[in-house]
Design a protein around this ligand. Structure first.
Ligand SMILES: Cc1ncc(COP(=O)(O)O)c(C=O)c1O
Length: 474
């Protein structure tokens, strides 16, 4: 096993451990030292650390609402330029430190809609074990290009039928792979470590950014944390923030696949949101609202924010700060969905200028360059001009209303929770008791209480394999 494993607390608060100088380590190389960059505090060059996680504050000229909308940027995470490498690390490490995963023998299987399996393949390679990516064949070309460069054998990329909404097909393939005892399936949708790492690390990072923003206006309140749910790992940060700020936790889904809103199904292009099911690790009974966002909106904004013409329209005609517009490179499609949902939610509750809505952009725009090109070819075969940019701005940003926002009552939460029964109890064999105990918030608090034990086990593991834990600055 290569490298020292960081504890979850070290990743949550990297400034509290002494750490080594990583400035000469390429953040995108399969280097064990990059485990120490699997956190929200990487600086702009991704070689050093920043005291505050990268974020954008979106002004009313863009959002049309008074509430500041603050977006944490996942693109600075190492190796995959997306925060899903954090979830991958968290899902493997508990198996490793408890002896349930032998890196010399076992293959780590990463079921995903794209970013988690890239994170998993990166973590596997760093730890010197084999990683197998399982993802739908219809995901973006950039994801497959990346995977081809990183897997040790092309057979370690397993393509399942369909696109984003075909999570069942991924599970079926994993069930086949699980017949080989050397394959260890690290299912992000049911690994509670995914919940815990986001509770601890993403929760802390959002809180840190909020304190930073609040320093400019003491009246700010953290009104809501908004997160599109794929595995429902990221949204766990909302549970933490609620304990600190009493904020609301808002789940986002594609309108074309309204599972939480309507028990619905369908295809869409908000990549990273796997659906038609409720993840086992989603604390549904603590979720306050669901917002549906159409992929027609996110595809159009992806084009407006990412194209040369769109950007010159925003700067020239809309007077948006060019520095901010350049930072739209940090916003992938699901990040745009989170922003649109934040606007809808702010409108729905008539939030004011002191009510801050926080959200994340899991990955950046470069992951969707081919999507943008094919969108332009399909939608604007004669080319995209400033008039088209104005139409997109008017139709897809200015016109955002509070449609498809559902504030959850007990009966709504119960419906969504119950929907998970069909996946987890009927299909995946989770016992009814284990399924049901997640209704009670004491179950989730009990999970959170285990975080220090995981940190201890990681430290002990490092000592056993001969790596001294890094010095911590207290
Ligand atoms: C681009 C993107 N956005 C959003 C998500 C959803 O995040 P989570 O799985 O933590 O719910 C994912 C998950 O893979 C993703 O890849």
């Amino acid at each position: 096993m290569k490298g020292t494993l960081p504890t979850w607390s070290e990743l949550a608060e990297p400034d509290r451990h002494g750490g080594e100088d990583l400035s000469t380590v390429d953040p995108d190389a399969p280097e064990p030292a990059n485990l120490w960059r699997v956190h929200w505090f990487n600086d702009a060059k991704r070689t050093g650390r920043s005291p505050v996680p990268a974020h954008l504050v979106l002004p009313p000229e863009i959002t049309g609402v008074d509430s500041p909308i603050v977006v944490l940027i996942g693109r600075r995470f190492p190796m995959i330029s997306a925060h899903k490498v954090l979830a991958a690390y968290a899902c493997l490490v508990p198996r490793l430190v408890t002896g349930q995963f032998d890196p010399a023998r076992d293959r780590a299987v990463w079921p995903s809609t794209g970013n988690y399996c890239r994170g998993g393949v990166a973590i596997s390679r760093i730890l010197g074990c084999r990683g197998v990516a399982v993802l739908p064949a219809g995901m973006s070309r950039e994801r497959f290009d990346w995977l081809r460069d990183w897997v040790s054998d092309p057979a370690d990329i397993v393509r399942t039928p369909g696109t984003e909404s075909n999570v069942k097909e991924i599970y079926d393939r994993c069930a086949e792979l699980a017949r080989d005892p050397d394959n260890v399936i690290l299912n992000q949708f049911s690994e509670f470590a995914n919940y815990l790492i986001h509770y601890r690390c993403t929760g802390h990072a959002v809180d840190r950014v909020f304190s930073h923003v609040k320093a400019t206006n003491r009246s700010y309140r953290l009104a809501a944390f908004v997160s599109a749910t794929g595995s429902a790992g990221t949204i766990a940060a909302g549970d933490y923030l609620k304990t600190q700020h009493g904020s609301r936790t808002v789940a986002v889904e594609a309108l074309e696949c309204p599972t939480m809103l309507q028990n619905g199904y369908g295809e869409h292009n908000i990549q990273g949101i796997g659906d038609k099911h409720i993840p086992l690790i989603h604390n549904v009974m603590n979720t306050d609202a669901v917002v549906g966002v159409s992929d027609r909106t996110t595809d159009a904004i992806n084009h407006l924010f990412g194209s040369y013409v769109g950007r010159s329209y925003l700067v020239g005609r809309r007077q948006i700060d060019p520095v901010l517009v350049r930072q739209f490179d940090d916003l992938g499609i699901s990040g745009l969905a989170n922003i649109v949902a934040s606007i809808k939610f702010a409108r729905h509750l008539d939030l004011g200028p002191d009510d801050v809505v926080m959200t994340v952009a899991t990955d950046g725009a470069s992951m969707y360059d081919t999507e943008r090109r094919s969108y332009e070819e399909r939608r604007y075969p004669q080319g995209f001009d400033e008039v088209n940019a104005g139409e997109v701005f008017g139709r897809h940003l200015e016109a955002i209303a509070d449609d498809h926002v559902l504030e959850l009552r007990h009966v709504d939460r119960t419906r969504i929770f119950n929907l998970g029964y069909y996946t987890w109890v009927e299909q995946q064999g989770v016992s009814l008791d284990d399924f049901d105990r997640r209704r009670d918030q004491r179950f989730w608090q009990g999970l959170v209480d285990t975080i220090p034990s995981w940190d201890r086990l990681i430290d002990e593991f490092n000592e056993e394999v001969g790596h001294a834990p890094r010095r911590r600055v207290s």
